[in-house]
Design a protein. Sequence first.
Length: 341
Amino acid sequence: MNKPVILTGLRANNDLQLGNYLGALLPIIEMQKKYAGEYQINLFVPDLHSFTTPIDHSKLYEQSINNVRVFIAAGLDINNADTFVYRQSHVPAHSELTVILNCFTYMGELSRMTQFKEKGGGQTSVSVGLFDYPVLMAADILLYGAKYVPVGADQTQHVELARDIAIRMNNKFGDLFVLPEAEKEQIAFAHSQARLRIRDLQKPEKKMSKSDESGKGVIFLTDAPEVAAKKIMSATTDSFEKISYDTENQPGITNLIDILAALTGKDATEVAQEYEGQTQYGPLKTATAEAVSTFLTDFQERLSAVDDAAVMAKLEAGEKAMNVTANNTLAGVQKAVGLRN
Ligand code: TYM
């Protein structure tokens, strides 16, 4: 019997940042460890998603491969036989299923996606690729029947859309797709209280993002540990002189608590309790800066030791196997919609 699938993807549009690591990469690696043998793990590079916003195309190919190096340095066990690593564009069924799903997705739905409104807002010309991005993401998920999709808070709405499209098509054509679990189950499965949203250190009202141009509020996984520690020490906080886990009123402090908790494997509430009653922010900042710098030192050491031949071998094996699975799902959909018999 096929094993249930846990799947996620990280775009290669720039160096990955701490939010990518804590929001998606670390959770799927922890799931790989926890459920070894019970679940299939698909960790892929959505390279076609990478230029829904403008990028330097001369770097994309190498950056896609580098993402796989990052997965390994972050702790992904590539010797695990149930783990598949691949580039989206190397499995053409992703694109083909997207064309079909497009006809079962409404303009209104896509226009309501927060990320589209944020990224497309205020721009004179917005690409169709950016608008259609969630449908390609739905194809990524549905081709493999993924039940669990560990992502950061900014992607929750897209996972829910994938589920809505699957329900709609199952209602019309019978049981075509395995449904990704609903949001409540996704969170319970990850043993977390909510999807994570790491914030920009300078502007904590915004999420930390790899496309941020100044880079001052962003910790890139390539940052020198001492540079990253300085970014934490100069993070924007507030003047309340108290430490509480309060996203609304103390987003900067809450962000530091989230980062420290995730890097030390604790609950945010646990960390918040440790600092309760303190009126100075220095100790929390120092502990967070130390945790970030220790993490980056270890991570970068592992990154420099990644074996490129092993990366390419794992990618090739993953792409071969996933083409078989994806083509199989695609053939079922093509049959259902009347393209084949
Ligand atoms: P992307 O490449 O922008 O980000 C990769 C993952 O990192 C998470 N993330 C964050 N989590 C917490 N705090 C942050 N500040 C933060 N910034 C980014 C994202 O939520 C994401 O999980 N569309 C996706 C990639 C994708 C995908 C998929 C994911 C394509 N197809 C299928 C899952 C399943 C994206 O653009 O993520």
